[in-house]
Design a protein around this ligand. Sequence first.
Ligand SMILES: Cc1ncc(COP(=O)(O)O)c(C=O)c1O
Length: 422
Amino acid sequence: MSVLAALGGAPVRNRPFPRWPEIGPTDEAALLRALHGAYWGLHGRGEIERFEARFAEYQQARHAVAVASGTVALRIALLAAGIRAGDEVLVPPYTFLATASAVAEANATPVFVDIDPDTFNLCPRAAAAAVTPRTRALIPVHIGGLPAEMDELLALARRHNLVVIEDAAHAHGAEYRGRRVGALGHLGCFSFQSSKNLTSGEGGAVVTDDPALAARVRSIHNCGRVPDGAWYEHHTISGNYRITEFQAALLNSQFDKLEEQTRRRERNALRLYERLRQVPGIRPQARPTYPHRHGNHLFLFRYDAAEFGAPREVFLRALEAEGIPASPGYPLPLYRQPLFANGDFGPYSAAFDRHPDLSYAAVHCPNCEEICGGAGAWLYQNVLLGTPEDTDDIARAFEKLHAHRRELRELAARPPSREAAA
Ligand SMILES: Cc1ncc(COP(=O)(O)O)c(C=O)c1O
């Protein structure tokens, strides 16, 4: 008789994990508060300002500006930093599109730098090797919520006078050597999109300690307006990148839960990390020995197909059948996405105009390619929001798949359509 649920056995878990976002009466009250407020948009003394002040304090930054999305946060940060045509910006290829597309949208050149195979984060040595006289900035992503190697990256930036923009879309509440991420570099960008650890459906924020940068960000997100200027007075190339009072009201009510959720996820993630480390063929994202707190937006791990005798997709299918949802993660290094492979930057073509020989087809980041191609995967943050016993179910499913890897090989040999009938 088969034991694996994908082959007809009993699954490890039948119950769903906690849904995301966690909502309650305070969220309903917040939306009603915004509904009955005098203004539904930015007006100076509302939900938006209250949230900005609270979020800045939480991330240990002097300033925060709430914006329409994480994508827009990166765009504004690059504009505020003065990045322009001809400039090169170092980015990792293992991230969401926006980290690199925002650079192209600044009419600058994204330069892809490989990641560390164990942390999945930008490799400082590879970044140092990629610096040229045209390099102006770097965007480390705190991938999954694990802070990037900021000491080394900040030292590199100081040596070459580079702007550091942290992509902290996954890293609300994460700490690097005792300090929250976001304002470790010059600017930090957060996302409040639906899946993120703090969400209002859509939204984002830019944080910084630098008052001049903060003023530029604030102006760019609000049509180039300035504090003492008239409503129809516009100073910089900019846009309407504001959020609404409804989004900010939800952010305020959700924010009240963020710290407890962050601690709950970290407690469960550490428990899972200790168990999964023992499973041959599974290597959770490496954690540094220095003081840190993981944001736990994703629980990343490396998967060894040779140990299990089955490709990653078969393993994940079997895991899902055991009641544990998981993802293969980013399918391609960003430079292999059609946008970069075809070099179609539309009107933002300075990168190619100035360097006709620029070709993303020639880029090769072996660690990222290996992870995208089958050696990496992740669990979603909501599976870490349960009890310690819920977390043990995840570990038991991994252990079960390893113990029954002969069945997994059998599964790998079958066409997917025959699994249900097995
Ligand atoms: C690493 C990273 N950066 C930036 C973004 C962009 O955020 P948003 O979806 O809010 O535009 C995301 C969102 O998925 C992300 O994962």
